[in-house]
Design a protein around this ligand. Structure first.
Ligand SMILES: *Cc1c(COP(=O)(O)O)cnc(C)c1O
Length: 362
């Protein structure tokens, strides 16, 4: 069913609009059949249904989002639990970031409580008509590598307009789709890219649509060259690690310290990044948020990995920079990445104690 990161939208979605200085939202049931009938449809019929579902009458074709990339979004997941329920990982954090991204684009911020409520309700409404993955004991055998989840994508969309402008009465749309693993297993190599994702005073720290243009180009180029992931260096000196193409980056150094670049204008404050820092310090691992140069990363790392909702924790078996390549841990996942990954997945899939209340019931 859920193959990688493909779009197979669930029928229920959420639509909110800002007008008369307030937000109001509604849930919409898009065309669908039963989950069983849909699973047995041929490709043509399935794609026709998906096209119908991926359409909301009344949303303008020409607007500041489609013309100028004036928009932002979130990505979060709901995980099937052994007791048959679904739980969402840290939606309050995504809600806060979404509000920050919208306000960073001078849009009216979407309230955090409405964000959390609508995300829960979209999941619940889809679950009630049978659109939800069920927990499978099998996943425990490969540490949830084969586990599926529901990916939730809230995003902004602006009012009609053709001149370059900011949005004063945007919509927020929230859709859900099942997902499997993000990175195909087998290739875990990374390379630095010469492209620049984010600059000082730019929008790199907001989850904006526009940030993703350069990321998509860089990732495509890296993949053309046989790598899994592109790693960005800073814009000013082309020297310090910044991020993966849509993920934060970590180096576990031989002195026992886990380092990730400190937040600023150019780093996206990842919820997974924040979670990894917490879990690592709970394990007694020293963590540092600071600048780390590509030279230091290459000479002193015993492990490197990237983190994100989509990527989870994905280890990098090697990194290539200016024709020089360093392989970590003989190309296998290191102990630290493994330990953090098991803990994170364990909490998300309800096998480990959720002592910080990160998992929200649907
Ligand atoms: C979304 C995103 C991440 C990961 O953030 P999470 O909250 O962990 O999913 C990292 N980097 C960029 C550029 C992103 O857009």
């Amino acid at each position: 069913m859920a193959k990688g990161f493909s779009l197979t939208m669930y029928p229920w979605l959420y639509l909110a609009k800002f007008s008369d200085r307030k937000w109001s939202g509604k849930y919409i049931e898009q065309p669908h059949k039963s989950p069983e009938e849909e699973a047995s449809m041929n490709d043509e019929a399935a794609s026709k249904l998906q096209t119908e579902r991926n359409y909301i009458p009344g949303l303008p074709l020409v607007n500041y989002t489609t013309q100028y990339g004036m928009g932002c979004f979130e990505g979060l997941k709901a995980f099937p639990q052994p007791d048959g329920s679904l739980k969402i990982f840290r939606p309050d954090e995504n809600g806060k970031r979404f509000k920050m991204s919208m306000e960073g684009l001078y849009m009216p911020g979407f309230p955090v409580d409405m964000f959390v409520e609508s995300v829960k309700t979209v999941i619940k409404k889809n679950e009630q008509i049978g659109f939800a993955p069920k927990y499978e004991k099998e996943w425990e055998k490969d540490d949830f590598l084969s586990g599926t989840a529901v990916y939730i994508r809230p995003f902004s969309y602006t009012e009609p307009g053709i001149g370059v402008n900011i949005s004063s009465s945007p919509w927020v749309v929230t859709i859900a789709t099942p997902v499997g693993a993000y990175f195909a297993p087998g290739n875990s190599g990374a390379t630095t890219t010469k492209r620049v994702r984010a600059t000082r005073y730019g929008t790199g720290c907001l989850k904006t649509d526009s940030n993703y243009v350069i990321s998509a180009l860089a990732k495509h180029e890296a993949m053309q060259e046989g790598y899994m992931e592109a790693v960005f260096l800073d814009a000013l000196e082309n020297k310090y690690l910044e991020e993966g193409s849509s993920s934060n980056i970590f180096c576990y150094l031989k002195n026992g310290s886990l380092v990730t670049p400190d937040l600023g204008d150019t780093i996206l404050p990842g919820v997974t990044r924040k979670t990894v820092l917490k879990i690592a310090s709970d394990f007694g691992i020293k963590t540092e948020e600071r600048k780390i140069s590509i030279d230091e990363a290459m000479s002193d790392s015993v492990e490197m990995f990237v983190s994100g909702t989509a990527a989870g924790i994905t280890f990098l078996d090697s990194i290539n920079h200016n024709g020089k390549k360093v392989v970590f841990n003989n190309g296998k996942m290191g102990d630290v990445a493994k330990k953090l990954l098991l803990k994170l997945k364990g909490i998300q899939y309800g096998k480990e104690e959720d002592k910080y209340g990160w998992m929200f019931k649907v």
